[in-house]
Design a protein around this ligand. Structure first.
Ligand code: BES
Ligand code: ZN
Length: 640
């Protein structure tokens, strides 16, 4: 076992002694010393999730049963949650839950057949990030609590769309987004990834609408209700619901696509290689353990590219480019079925364990299916994003893989650092140990920690015991320390060599210098993939003569392009270069696309380039259509 990390994080060594804290720490103290005494007084900052009120180290939820009306008129979920819990500390006399914007109607404790109303529960003061704690005094023998509650129409985890906001225009639509800490706006629970629970649900929805959840898909029963079951323990952030005029198309016997009709066929075609991705994943990391794998294409206000809700990934329609050029996002969400959903970060400070591992697996799968050329281009594009995030970080500590204890919102944990620096750390390990050793190692990591929530330190110990022990000279403590606990990109990071991008660069340089005509470029670029276009556009200088942007636009019809990634790259350039011919289309894009990755940076760039007024005018009109998460983020960007 190496010891460097204990030196860097003195509190960590102490945390290892707290064997009963229930964070699945596999590490054992090396010697039994009387230190236990002093340790008991040490706050467990290293393994405690600070974004929950829950006393999850004393008592844990094991199951939640939801019985809800999906009420589109009032835009609320309304009904009863029955929570099963287990005492870890037998003395525990209170259950503390997370809630945010919930109305609690009544609470009862249940012990077998006996139900006892609870009058003296308390709802704490509302914190803008965390919401309100719900303290429920426990009687000695109760092991279930029944909570009658109603959500708020402005719950951050739920977007209620009017019929006009859907493609079909006839029916309303609802979808949830619980990650990172919005499950508490959907139900009272222990909203921390450190706790895993199974769930079941009974939903009542208006006639003609289909409800879906991140669970076995419910059949309608004789009362017109739909029943769902998630028998595998998952963290609360993976509870998900979508309701709308949704249709289904199978891709194979256990993979398919849900979507509004207008995009169903196109989506099934775009995602037709998902079965191959699943196969590639299984070859590398073992069986897919969740039964079915379906995708749902949500309305365009969905604020993410994808969300790995188990059995049912939620996807943005901006992936439907017509040429499968953006399907790495499918590979990504599917990969979470191993990294994240099976083995989960115990706190958001360890988010790279979810996202970095997933980005690594995603890229391995892309390489297996489409070859090294595409995989390396995707690595190189990701690295450009990482460098931008590192340069723009509010403070250096936010560029460590293990994030500092004082992050103020879990959103801070999801920069490109978690994704790309995390991915590059694993690429570094892969290169040092070789795939023959590293691939089986990663496979056993997923197996040995399946259905657990783990911290960065659990992984580093596992690495020590299962790989470094066999190859002690492959990496040094200092190298690992730099990757995990120090800011920036370590010098041991891979430099992805993309011949394709080098060629693009050469032509780009020549065109910029006037040595290559736009006409000649047209012939060359006719062969370019989306990736090559992105490299070209991202690398263009912003101080060319305005005719040059105009020429490009004329030659390639960049304004109004149907590929959302290319459009985004072009609009960013248009903003920086005052290329106003693109503004009408940019406005259309901002009015119709709610994917955060695009719109946060577009609004930010508009503001930074002296177009705040224009941005605010568009935003005033677009805001009601954006998801509550996007509204919060853009409010911050424009008001900063
Ligand atoms: N789990 C994330 C989405 C997420 C992150 C939701 C943080 C809430 C808080 C998902 O797996 C993801 O990473 N999506 C990416 C796609 C990817 C290819 C990097 C996205 O949305 O762009
Ligand atoms: Zn992810």
């Amino acid at each position: 076992m190496s010891t460097f990390k204990y030196a860097a994080f003195p509190l960590l060594a102490s945390a290892f002694f707290l064997g009963s804290c229930g964070d699945n720490q596999t590490s054992q103290p090396e010697t039994e010393t009387p230190e236990v005494e002093t340790v008991a007084e040490t706050p467990m900052v290293e393994t405690t999730d600070k974004f929950t009120y829950a006393n999850y180290k004393d008592v844990r939820l094991t199951h939640i049963d939801l019985n809800l009306d999906v009420n589109f008129e009032d835009k609320v979920l309304d009904g009863v949650a029955i929570l099963d819990f287990e005492r870890i500390d037998p003395e525990t006399d209170v259950l503390v839950l997370d809630t945010k914007d919930l109305t609690i109607n009544s609470i009862s404790l249940v012990n077998g057949e006996t139900t006892m109303p609870v009058e003296d529960y308390t709802l704490g003061e509302a914190d803008p990030v965390l919401g309100q704690e719900l303290r429920i005094p426990l009687s000695e023998d109760a092991d279930q609590v029944l909570i009658d509650y109603t959500t708020s129409p402005t719950a951050e985890g739920l977007q209620w769309l009017s019929p006009e906001q859907t493609a079909g225009k006839e029916d309303p639509y609802l979808f949830s987004q619980a990650q990172a800490i919005n499950a508490r706006t959907m139900a009272p629970l222990q909203d921390t990834p450190a706790v895993r629970l199974t769930y079941s649900a009974t939903l009542r929805v208006p006639d003609g609408l289909r409800p879906l959840m991140s669970a076995s898909q419910g059949e309608e029963n004789e009362n017109g209700e739909y029943q769902f079951e998630m028998p595998q323990p998952i963290p609360s952030y993976l509870i998900a619901i979508a309701v709308g005029d949704i249709e289904f198309k199978a891709i194979n016997d256990h993979i398919g696509v849900y979507a509004e009709e207008y995009i169903l066929d196109a989506a099934a075609e775009e995602f037709s290689e998902t079965p191959l991705m699943e196969e590639a994943n299984e070859e590398l990391y073992g069986p897919y353990r969740w039964g079915r794998y379906d995708l749902i294409v949500l309305p365009p206000s969905f604020p993410y590219g994808g969300m790995e809700n188990p059995r049912l990934s939620f996807m943005t329609p901006t992936l439907i480019a017509g040429d499968k050029s953006l399907t790495n996002v499918v590979a990504h969400e599917l990969a979470h079925s191993w990294s994240g959903n099976l083995v989960t970060n115990a706190t958001w400070r360890d988010a790279w364990l979810n996202e970095g591992f997933t980005s690594y697996v995603e890229n391995r799968v892309m390489e297996k299916l489409y070859g090294e050329r595409r995989a390396v281009m995707e690595q190189a594009l990701a690295l450009e994003d990482l460098k931008r995030d590192i340069a723009g970080a509010a403070r250096p500590e936010l560029t460590q893989l293990k994030l500092p204890a004082d992050i103020t919102h879990p959103d801070d944990a999801f920069s490109q650092v978690a994704y790309v620096k995390g991915q590059y750390f694993l690429i570094f390990l892969e290169e040092r140990f070789g795939r023959d050793a590293f691939d089986p190692f990663l496979k056993s990591w997923f197996n040995d920690h399946a259905f657990e929530s783990v911290t960065t330190e659990t992984f580093l110990d596992y690495l020590d015991d299962n790989l470094r022990a066999d190859y002690p000279d492959a990496v040094t403590d200092a190298e690992i320390e730099a990757w995990v606990y120090e800011p920036g990109l370590p010098e041991t990071a891979k430099n992805p060599q993309s011949d394709a991008f080098e060629t693009v660069q050469m032509h780009s340089d020549a065109w910029v210098a006037g040595d290559l005509s736009t006409f000649e470029l047209e012939e060359i670029a006719a062969e370019w993939s989306t990736h090559e276009w992105l490299h070209f556009l991202n690398g263009l200088p912003d101080d060319l003569a305005s005719e040059q942007y105009e020429d490009l636009d004329k030659a390639f019809s960049l304004t109004g392009t149907q590929n959302a990634e290319t459009a985004f790259a072009w609009y960013m350039l248009a903003i920086k270069t005052d290329y106003e011919a693109a503004y009408a289309d940019l406005e259309g894009f901002l009015m119709s696309v709610g994917r955060g990755k695009f719109i946060y940076r577009l609004y930010d760039a508009l503001k930074e380039n002296g177009k705040a007024e224009w941005a605010e005018r568009i935003y005033a009109e677009a805001r009601p259509g954006y998801h509550p998460i996007a509204q919060r983020r853009i409010d911050d960007i424009l008001n900063e």
